[in-house]
Design a protein around this ligand. Structure first.
Ligand code: GAF
Length: 383
């Protein structure tokens, strides 16, 4: 990202120079809606990120400027000082969550901008949270470890935005490593880096952004989580060792089928299938078996569309098109309800696929999709 415009705005507003920090958005190869079910995810940070210039200002006020929006917000550091603007609440939430952990913070000035597409399922909000959590920890020498930084971002979503998300997005943003995906066990928080270089095997990873974002995505997201929790509660009556859907089997779920709604059953069925798919994909990747990786991605899309019901017409259309045009694997990525599909395809297919998808999507929906070739990159850092 070009940081010159951030630097010059910062100088103009505050007459000084700060330090630049960045945190990336993420992709997730497979393992969707598994994080809050205590299971595995398989994300990687990408070369699209949030960048903030920051300097401590010696007061108890925070002065922020969102360069992409051309908007200011100023707030104090007490609970009643919450700013009005939605974007500023992310920064405020991070400050408050750090304070709740017994750390003392002071006011600061900042200008920030980013190139993580908004509403595309690439975690622009986690990139924003991680940037400020990482920066404050660094500038104020707070001694917070990386896991706790990710949890501060997650708690910001829960307590200041109202999305009961899992840990995947903030974890990937903080822990990202160039050229590697990360298999994270969201129950034990053990993780492992997997080298991922599709180009060396003749493949590309391409995101296709439907450029649609359906209303009420966050309340629908929270409802999915509640369905999973109800299914766990029913299973746990017979199998107390089951704390998350990750601990359950289809046999256990079938035992309680008559005790839960059909909707909750379908949600849980999807998650139990997805838990196995993540492990199968990690194993397949280890032996360079991209065909199996791709097959599992299509299975995930089917589950997210028909059982978890977080896809939408446009994303199903993109998925069908990918299959028709010979893409190895394709599926809706992230929380769903709009945003991107992630596609694993042979290098030689790339250009014709982009042309054909652009033409047919435009013809059907009256607007073109966007395409992002992503590079797996490093996580939160000083620039
Ligand atoms: C969103 C959430 F923020 C993540 O925690 C995760 O649940 C994801 O949706 C679905 O896998 O990005």
């Amino acid at each position: 990202m070009n940081t010159a415009s951030i630097r010059s705005k910062f100088q103009e507003l505050y007459g000084a120079e700060g330090i630049l920090f960045t945190s990336p958005g993420r992709i997730n190869l497979i393992g969707e809606h598994t994080d809050y079910n205590g299971a595995f995810v398989f994300p990687g940070a990408v070369d699209k990120a949030m960048v903030a210039e920051i300097r401590l200002n010696g007061t108890d006020r925070v002065r922020t400027y969102a360069l992409d929006l051309g908007e200011h917000a100023e707030f104090g550091l007490n609970e009643e000082d919450a700013p009005q603007q939605a974007w500023a609440r992310y920064i405020f939430g991070v400050c408050r969550e750090i304070q709740k952990r017994g750390k003392k913070i002071t006011g600061f000035d900042t200008v920030f901008a980013g190139d993580v597409p908004l509403g595309a399922g690439m975690s622009s909000s986690a990139a924003l949270e991680s940037t400020f959590a990482f920066a404050l920890n660094d500038l104020l020498s707070l001694g917070i470890d990386k896991f706790e930084l990710a949890k501060i971002g997650q708690a910001t979503e829960h307590n200041y935005i109202g999305v009961k998300c899992g840990i995947m997005d903030q974890f990937a943003s903080v822990f990202g490593k160039a050229g590697h995906l990360i298999r994270l066990d969201c129950k034990s928080l053990e993780y492992e880096y997997f080298p991922f270089d599709p180009k060396s095997k003749g493949y590309r990873l391409l995101l296709v952004d439907s450029v649609v974002k359906h209303e009420l995505a966050s309340s629908a997201y929270n409802k999915r989580r509640e369905s999973c929790e109800r299914a766990v509660a029913a299973i746990a009556k017979r199998h107390p060792e089951v704390k998350f859907l990750r601990d359950a089997s289809m046999a256990m779920l079938n035992e309680v089928r008559s005790e839960i709604t059909e909707e909750d059953y379908k949600r849980a069925e999807y998650v139990i299938g997805e838990v196995d798919r993540v492990l199968a994909v990690c194993e397949a990747l280890g032996r360079g078996d991209y065909d199996t990786v791709g097959k599992k991605m299509y299975e995930t899309h089917h589950g997210m569309s028909k059982l978890y019901e977080v896809s939408c017409e446009e994303l199903d259309f993109l998925n069908d098109l990918a299959k028709e045009l010979g893409v190895t694997g394709s599926r809706v990525m992230g929380g769903g309800f709009g945003g991107c599909t992630i596609n694993l395809l042979k290098e030689e297919l790339h250009d014709s696929f982009v042309d054909e998808v652009r033409r047919r999507y435009q013809a059907k929906y009256g607007h073109a999709p966007k395409f992002y070739d992503v590079v797996i990159s490093d996580g939160s850092r000083r620039l």
